[in-house]
Ligand binder design. Structure first.
Ligand code: SF4
Length: 195
């Protein structure tokens, strides 16, 4: 979600200097990438940063991108805590294996700064509760996602996301994105299955 503490940032800078990495990139997916590391240094870099190399890189494990806007209490337009929602989603889906990439965006108001309509799973807040969008995609074959439900509590968002992503796991072809699956099968089938 692009959240980093000063201590974590200082640690990354120390490690980057130690391994002569000259460029850090804040990506569109709210990751912080170290560019240009020597291949043989990567395990040590990961260890020093407290991470680990993915053991099964061919599998689509967890949420590929989990973006969240600053939300409440830091944005005056926000009607919800996007970080808290992001953490709930992370906890629910971190170790799940999906047929393809799953990109998620959480926005704290209808301005939708994280562009949830063009993410596999988009969630944004209104005063009346959360709205959940499924099947959006901003890549080579763009698709606007479908609003699945609104006025949801945080718990209902997780339950509904679980159903939508479960349907995705059961019905998508290998590497097929959620939106392309919905376009192929039809929204009615999805809505019927997650009722
Ligand atoms: S989506 Fe709304 S709450 Fe989030 S940063 Fe944009 S304006 Fe602020």
């Amino acid at each position: 979600m692009g959240i980093v503490t000063p201590d974590q940032l200082e640690k990354m800078v120390r490690v980057a200097r130690k391994y002569k990495i000259e460029t850090l990139k804040i990506t569109t997916g709210q990751h912080l990438k170290m560019l240009g590391a020597d291949q043989e240094d990567i395990p040590m870099i990961m260890e020093e940063l407290g991470g680990s190399l993915p053991g099964t890189p061919h599998l689509k494990i967890g949420l590929r991108n989990l973006q969240a806007c600053v939300g409440s209490p830091f944005c005056s337009f926000a009607t919800a805590d996007t970080r808290e929602m992001g953490m709930l989603l992370q906890k629910a889906f971190v170790n799940r294996v999906f047929p393809g990439k799953v990109k998620v965006a959480v926005s704290g108001c209808i301005s939708n700064c994280c562009e949830g309509y063009v993410r596999d799973l988009g969630i944004f807040a209104k005063k009346s509760g959360w709205t959940l969008i499924f099947g959006g995609n901003a890549a080579g074959r763009p698709r606007i996602g479908d609003v699945i439900a609104d006025k949801l509590s945080a718990e209902q968002v997780i339950l509904l996301a679980e159903k939508c992503l479960g349907y995705y796991c059961d019905n998508a072809k290998k590497e097929e994105r959620a939106g392309h699956m919905v376009a192929r099968i039809g929204l009615d089938d999805l809505l019927q299955a997650i009722k």
